[in-house]
Ligand binder design. Sequence first.
Ligand SMILES: [Cu+2]
Length: 293
Amino acid sequence: MTSLALINEFLGQPPNASEHGYQIDHILEFCHWFMGTLFIGWSLFFIFVLIRFRKGRHPAADHAGVRSGISTHLEFSVVLIEAVLLLGFAIPLWAKRVNEFPPTKDAIVVHAVGQQFNWNFHLPGPDGQFGRRDVRFVTNSNPLGLDPNDPAGKDDIVTLGELHVPVDRVVIVELSSKDVIHNFCLPHMRIAGDAIPGSLIPMWFKPIRAGSYEVVCGQLCGLGHYGMKGTLVVDTPEDYQAWLKERAELSGTQNAPAPGRQPPGGAPATEKPAAQPENKPAAPPTSPSPSGE
Ligand SMILES: [Cu+2]
C-alpha cells in the first residue's frame, strides 16, 4: 500500500506511521485522482462546448437542447462513484475509528490537555490509576491541577510538549482543554481530535514505526496557535520502559516534574521552556479522570 503515495506525497502528506493510516491514504489518493480526472474532463467539455455552440455556427438558439443520453450516463457514474466512496469506504472507516475502541487493558491510556499554547500530557504512572485533577490546584508547577491529597496521583507522570509511547501498542488519548477549543493532531498517525474544555474525548491509534513525530494544534486557537507544537516519540519497548522509569523517579521527587527533559534513548525533541503563562481557565479543565484504566 505504500506504493500508493503519489499525489499524497506530492501534496506534502508526511509518511504514514500508524496501523490504520494506509486506509486514510488510500481514500485520499483515490479522491485526488478522481477529482483530478473530473477537473480535466469537465474543463475539456467546457472548452468543447464554447467552440461547438459558438454564435457564428448557431445564430438562433436550439430550444430542443441535447438529444443524446451520454451526459446523463456520465453524471450518473460520477454520483455512483461518489456514493461508493462515501458509503463503501469513508463512513465504515470513520465508524471503525469511533465505535470499535480496543480494550483499555491492552492499551496505553494517556490524557492530553491543551492550553494556550502547549500540550500537557498526563500518564497514570506505575499504579495505572490517574490521580484526581481539580482546577483549584492549577499552578505553574502543577499545570494540570493534580490533587496532592490523592494517593493515586502520587506516581502520575505529567509532561509538557512531549509524549512517549511504545511502538506496536494501541494508544488511547483522552483529550480535553484548559481554555479554548484545540485540536490534537498527529499528521503521521493520520488522526486528530478536538480538545474541548469540560469534555473528555477519546481517540486511538497504533504506531507501527519508532521515531519522533510532530504534534500540532489543528484548530485556530489564538495568537500563538502557530507555535502550539509538541513531539510524539514512538519508542522501542526498552526505551519506553527506560523513559517511564526516569519519569517515575522524577515524579517521586516532585509533584509535577519539570518539562522538557531529554529522555534516555529518546529521539531529539525540542526543549520547551519550563515556565508557562499563568492561565486562569474560564471553564473547569476536565471532568474527573475515569478510574480503573
Ligand atoms: Cu491550540
